[in-house]
Design a protein around this ligand. Structure first.
Ligand code: HEC
Length: 152
């Protein structure tokens, strides 16, 4: 029965047997409960969290997962896609992003985003998080919250 064997292999590869001990805690937010309930049945949340996908890519992943058998009401699709893109989106290059992209993607204020652009214009490209910490008005807490979502 090659088909059954393939299924077993797939489930092993997805890490199903160890999911209870090893799985990660998903970040808070609207949509989290739906993801926990519908998306950790066949594989770990970690498998989801490792992805860095855009909104459109998450939308098509969700479609695939529903075809795979994920049970999610249509009224949960949008909140779930928004949640996934917000928390597991691609990194933002702070040396290229516009102020608008910075505030939309990192939930920083327009003033903070403008201060980033001003620093970049005056000092040249950011090299690392230490440079970012020099931006006036941007707190260490804010930087820490988003450090995994930033690239230079
Ligand atoms: C019925 C089982 C099932 C459910 C429920 C399910 N998935 Fe999946 N998922 C799979 C399988 C099987 C794969 C592997 C597909 C492949 O490798 O082609 C996968 C792969 C993935 C991947 C790609 C991981 C990688 O390493 O490339 C992501 C992301 C993902 N699922 C997200 C989700 C999300 C989000 C949900 C909830 C809406 C969900 N899954 C619910 C079965 C499921």
């Amino acid at each position: 029965m090659p088909k059954t064997n393939l299924c077993v292999l797939l489930l092993l590869a997805l890490g199903v047997p160890t999911f209870a001990e090893d799985d990660i805690q998903l970040p808070d937010g609207k949509g989290r409960e739906a993801v926990e309930a519908a998306c950790t049945v066949c594989h770990t949340a970690e498998r989801i969290a490792k992805q860095k996908l855009t909104l459109d890519q998450w939308r098509s992943t969700l479609r695939e997962m529903i075809e795979n058998g994920a049970s999610l009401n249509p009224d949960q699709w949008d909140p779930v896609v928004t949640y996934l893109a917000k928390n597991f989106g691609p990194k933002l290059d702070l040396n290229k992003a516009s102020a608008k992209e910075i505030s939309a993607s990192l939930q920083w204020t327009a003033a903070e985003a403008d201060a980033i652009i001003a620093w970049r214009t005056a000092n040249g490209a950011f090299r690392d998080l230490k440079d970012l910490a020099k931006v006036p008005g941007l707190t260490a807490t804010k930087i820490d919250e988003q450090k995994d979502r930033i690239a230079f």
